[in-house]
Design a protein. Structure first.
Length: 186
């Protein structure tokens, strides 16, 4: 578990340059990423999309993230976002998006005695409109076509398996018929 936490910190350090955080609780920053529902957060730069492999690695070391995924399933998308925050929060968030539920879940880590051990669901809300606009819409026709193609391929495989089973049965019947003849002495 500690190796995973170290790996997350190393990945975060590689992706996210060190940020000098404004001092004091409730400090505000002049940034474009601030919203009225989350005035304590200031996004720094664009979010970095996470691959499924990276997300699964984060999942292993993050209890809050793991609990949410266990409850509602894998997200449609996940991002790592660098943020300006006050202590004790770490300078990045993991954001997950569930299109079917129109929900965005934001997870963050906090330092306790110098270690980023506390992981919390920091925000839950609807998916921001600008996030949806920046992503390609789901092409329902293309999804349906892929499903039909997959069904056709599965049906072809099932038919081939049935033909092979019939052939194997015919061979077994022929062997069963021929076997008693070989037991007879000439």
């Amino acid at each position: 578990m500690r190796a995973v936490v170290r790996m997350v910190v190393v990945v975060a350090a590689a992706l996210l340059p060190t940020v000098v955080v404004a001092a004091g609780v409730g400090a505000t920053w002049d940034c474009e990423g601030q919203t009225d529902e989350r005035p304590y957060i200031c996004d720094v730069g664009p979010a970095q999309p996470l691959s499924m492999t990276s997300f699964v690695q984060l999942l292993q070391g993050d209890g809050a993230l793991r609990a949410t995924v266990a409850r509602i399933g894998m997200p449609d998308a996940a991002e790592l976002q660098r943020v300006l925050v006050n202590d004790p929060w770490l300078g990045y968030e993991v954001r997950t998006y569930y299109r079917d539920y129109d929900r965005m879940y934001v997870f963050a880590r906090a330092f306790v005695l110098g270690n980023p051990q506390v992981s919390l669901l920091r925000h839950e809300g609807p998916i921001p409109a600008q996030w949806l606009e920046s992503r390609a819409p789901i092409d329902v026709d293309a999804v349906a076509l892929r499903a039909e193609d997959a069904a056709a391929k599965a049906e072809a495989v099932a038919q081939r398996a049935e033909r092979l089973a019939d052939r194997a049965e015919a061979i077994a019947d022929a062997m069963a018929e021929d076997f008693p003849r070989h037991l007879q002495k000439n």
